[in-house]
Design a protein around this ligand. Structure first.
Ligand code: SAM
Length: 246
């Protein structure tokens, strides 16, 4: 079933909520000392943010994901993209980031830090950064108190450690980073660039695999997240955090 899951997401423009404008807005708060920085992009998926970063930064971006076909997709998308950076491809596990200490000027985790957890992510990434290096994460957060029970139930399974923005800010401050900036992604960005294309993909995939009950069940689960977001979008959503290693 894993392969089916990835097949659903492979042709999508991105595998999590975000957009070029938000990526570049976060990057505008990063003031790198190196002219040709070395950047690590973890959980890069098919590279929406990798390519956006590579279109403006000069240097090297190490695109890391544990699913090789996603990395292959970046390679072929990169051929049609005007790039200023070199992209290196690294198929690996973000739970085991085997890079030398101080290897990177910037570590980027867009829509992926939940895989190791925000707190663990801060701790794991800090040693990889040069002094005064930056980390940029986007993370799904609770935005209001008393979310509807269907949202609580969904994230109890999907993302049991989901925090509020304030809780994440406290973790950043306790983890020897300076919080440079944080901002939420608009509801419309969640729809236009992620939940909308995902919903269309679920409809077509459902038709192609009408006879397979396991696949239909998986599609129901993914559609449920889209439906809960449609009903509860003021209660949860993505926030960007731009942080500097102190
Ligand atoms: N950053 C991309 C974006 O916003 O479009 C992708 C975000 S997607 C929600 C999370 C990505 O993390 C997927 O591409 C998935 O293959 C990758 N991933 C999941 N577990 C991982 C792991 N243990 N190590 C490295 N990558 C992982």
């Amino acid at each position: 079933m894993d392969k089916i899951f990835y097949d659903i997401f492979l042709p999508l423009p991105r595998q999590g909520p975000g957009c070029r404008e938000a990526t570049l807005r976060a990057l505008s708060h990063v003031h790198l000392q190196q002219e040709n920085p070395r950047v690590l992009d973890i959980g890069c998926g098919t590279g929406a943010q990798t390519l956006d970063l590579a279109s403006v930064l000069t240097g090297t971006i190490v695109a890391l994901d544990n699913y090789q076909p996603f990395l292959d997709a970046i390679r072929s998308r990169a051929e049609k993209y005007p790039l200023k950076s070199v992209i290196e491809y690294h198929c690996g596990d973000m739970n085991d980031l085997c890079f030398a200490p101080g290897s990177f000027d910037l570590v980027w985790a867009e829509g992926s830090i939940y895989i190791i957890g925000f707190r663990r992510g801060l701790d794991a990434i800090r040693p990889l950064l040069k002094q005064n290096g930056y980390a940029v994460f986007s993370d799904m957060n609770w935005l209001k108190e008393n979310p509807p029970s269907e949202a609580i139930k969904l994230f109890r399974v999907e993302c049991p450690e989901m925090m509020t923005v304030q809780q994440n800010i406290e973790l950043i401050q306790r983890s020897e980073y300076e919080l440079v900036q944080n901002f939420p992604l608009d509801v419309q960005v969640h729809w236009e660039f992620y939940y909308g294309p995902l919903e269309q993909r679920l409809i077509s995939f459902r038709k192609e695999h009408a006879a397979d009950q396991d696949i239909q069940n998986l599609l129901d689960t993914l559609q449920h997240e889209v439906d809960v977001y449609r009903r509860c979008s003021s209660y949860f959503g993505y926030t960007f955090y731009v942080m500097k290693r102190t």
